[in-house]
Design a protein around this ligand. Structure first.
Ligand SMILES: [Zn+2]
Length: 162
């Protein structure tokens, strides 16, 4: 799903919390991180494994699970702390890239966005948008786009002023 679309629909509720956090107002004065966990599917996980391991490392997301059928990154939420996002990359025979769909990961710096893009290119991914400012989103929106080895479209973005 596209967070940008969700953000546009709910733009009236979008607000800033502090200098760096752009969130959707959850109604209690809390910034809401809309995605809890996501599964991206690929037909050939072994082909895609080095790509995902490299781009997640570039973004600082720890690999916390690795089996023949799945790799997991990040942290799952708990009752004590629901401020996390968890990504699973799953093997699925029905997987297929859809150019109209993308997943966008948060980066904490433009350098991390550049590292994400370079790591992807070096591990079987294809360029789908070079690292750079996209001021039509906002003046500090620094993003980059990749296709994974099977055509899934991915983005990393840094929203912070740099
Ligand atoms: Zn996007």
């Amino acid at each position: 799903m596209s967070l940008e679309i969700a953000g546009r629909v709910r733009s009236a509720a979008v607000r800033r919390r502090g200098p760096h956090v752009l969130g959707v107002d959850a109604g209690q004065g809390e910034a809401m991180q809309l995605l809890d966990h996501v599964s991206i599917t690929v037909r050939d996980l072994d082909r895609c494994r080095p790509f995902y391991e490299a781009i997640m490392k570039a973004l600082g997301a720890e690999r916390v699970r690795s089996t023949a059928d799945a790799i997991g990154f990040g942290s799952r939420c708990s009752a004590a702390d629901d401020g996390h996002t968890y990504l699973t990359v799953l093997s699925s025979p029905d997987a297929g890239g859809d150019p109209g769909r993308h997943w966008c990961f948060k980066a904490t710096s433009p350098e991390a966005v550049r590292a994400f893009h370079l790591a992807g290119l070096r591990h079987g991914g294809r360029d789908d948008g070079a690292p750079g400012l996209r001021p039509h989103y906002h003046e500090h929106y620094f993003g980059a786009f990749l296709l994974d080895p099977e055509g899934n479209r991915l983005e990393a973005v840094c929203h912070r002023e740099s």
